[in-house]
Each structure stands twice: as structure tokens, then as C-alpha cells.
Design a protein around this ligand. Sequence first.
Ligand SMILES: C[S@@+](CC[C@H](N)C(=O)[O-])C[C@H]1O[C@@H](n2cnc3c(N)ncnc32)[C@H](O)[C@@H]1O
Length: 317
Amino acid sequence: MSKKEDFFLIEEVVSPSKKPKKKNEEIVDVEGLSKEELQKIKSFNGLTAKEWASLSMPIWSDLSSPRNRFQLEHGAVYPVKLVERLVKMYSREGDIVFDPFMGIGSTMIGSQNLLRNCIGTELNPKFFELANQWKDENLGLFNSDSKLHYKIVNDDCRNLDKYIAKNKVQLTVTSPPYADFIQKSVEDRTKTHKKSIIKLENNSTVKQYSEHNDDFGNLPYNEFLEQIKVVLEKNLYITKSGGYSCWVVKDYRDTKNGIPYIPFHSDLARAGEEVGWKYQDLIIWDQSKQRRLVLLGYPSVFYTNQNCSFIVIFRKP
Ligand SMILES: C[S@@+](CC[C@H](N)C(=O)[O-])C[C@H]1O[C@@H](n2cnc3c(N)ncnc32)[C@H](O)[C@@H]1O
């Protein structure tokens, strides 16, 4: 499909000046398929043009949902709704979805719910166990003899190419630990922010993942970026040509060390490009409705509350 056609399709769907067709006016082709059925076959992700356009918002603020017992055991999970949206946008039924930092398995659950295969790695044995329990419990909800495959490996994600062959994965959805920032923020909260809104009213459960040497959450930022590059390179190797990789990340501040802003999302994008990914898109996940504003830098230096995450989207050329 040419670029021109891409835009035409979206225009056609969202233009308010166009009257919607009545059901009996639907275009039907020779084989009896409706226009929408044909669009589902034609599009790489199985979406109709209308569904495609409705998923193309660049800022997401409608993803908050109550946490279940698995999610409460982990300090930093993303909502299954977020995974499901990315899965609908960038893959079709039967494709393989991958997550190198599986945590308690949100990517697995979103993939199961939408009939995609899923594989992932998780270093921490406790989260690995929980992810398997949630996966099995969720699978029990489906009354089907599905041929789909679901696997979580308890290993360092830098070994991912031991478990997945070249050019197999359509989509990666993941969120890495943010270097040793979590440790810094745990320290900060115990010392400085004991009574702050973050701890008391937002019920934040932020905690260090493990003491393990291979845990990316124990690496200083520069070394962390180097190791993320290793993962991105192997991620590219297992991804099909035209496949996508979506990284949910936050930017940081390290004001104690005189660094007002650490642009992790752009450092990540550069690391991805350096190993051969195309930087395809950027989505802002606005979480400001879930977080109260905290007084920062008063009265001498003004800082905004960074209550949003970024979803960096790469595509394999
Ligand atoms: C931000 S959490 C991911 C949470 C996940 N998105 C979810 O919703 O459950 C990052 C995870 O990466 C894991 N991790 C850290 N270093 C790792 C490594 N070298 N290989 C695999 N997993 C690692 C941590 O144990 C942690 O569970």
C-alpha cells in the first residue's frame, strides 16, 4: 500500500463531512465479502480502516485500572489494557509477541486475551513464578483447544537468542527497569519524602527488584544503556522484517548529582537506531490523573511533575 493510500484511508474514516453509509449500502465484492471484511484481510494487523484510525491517538490517558493480586506483588507494572492496545495496533491473531522483561506477565495476559502467541524472559524467580500462575489462571478462563503457545523463561534477557530463532517475532512489548534510579528513589523516599503524597496518598509500592548482578535495576545509567543496546540488538535479530518493538519508559531527574533531566526515552531511541532499528513513533502515556502534584524545587528552581511515560516504537526495516 502506498503512503498516499494510507492517508486517504484515515481521512475517509475520520472526516466529519462524510455521511456514514447505511448498512444496506455496504459495498459487497464478488465473493460476498463486505468492505470491512476485505479491509481486515488487507491490513497487516487485521484491523478495519475505522478501527485503525480510532487507535491512532498519540496521547493515552484512559488506561488506569484496579490492580489484582499479581500486579500488587510487583512495584512497577503496566496495565493489561496498554498491552492490548499495542497488540491490536502492531500484530494480528496468531503472531508471536515477546517481552524480555516479563515481570509478572502483563504482556503475556494481553497476548493471550487477543489470541497471539507469547514468549518472554524474567530474571527474578519470584516474578517468574507469579507470571506463570497468572498465565495459567488466565488461560483457564478460555474454553478452547487453542494451538497458541505461551512460554516464560527464568533467565537473563541477554540470552534471549537461546530460546527464539531469527526473524520470528512480530511484536515486542516491554518495560525495562530504569537503571539504578529505583534504588535512588527508594532511598529518597525513606530519607526525605517519608510523609510525602507519593508515599502516603498514591500508595506507591516502588521497590528494588533484586540484588542480582544481572538485574538491570542495579546498573549505573551509562552501563545500563550499553546493556540495553545488547538487548535491542538481539531483539532485532529475532524480529521479522516489518515487525515492531514497543518500549514503555520514563524520563528521570538526578538533582542530587546536579542532573536536572535524564532523557531516557531519547537515549533509548538513539541506542535502538545505532543497532539497526528505525525509530517509528512516540506515544505519550499521560498518568497525571492518577498522580497528585508534588512540590518540587521550591522556592529556588522550578521543575514540572513528570507524570507521564513514553512509549518508544521501533520498526525493523
Ligand atoms: C519494569 S519491570 C516489568 C514489569 C512488566 N512489564 C509487568 O507488567 O509485569 C522490569 C522487570 O525486569 C526484570 N529484569 C531485570 N533485569 C533483567 C534481566 N537481565 N533479564 C530479564 N529480566 C530482568 C525485573 O526483575 C523486573 O521484573
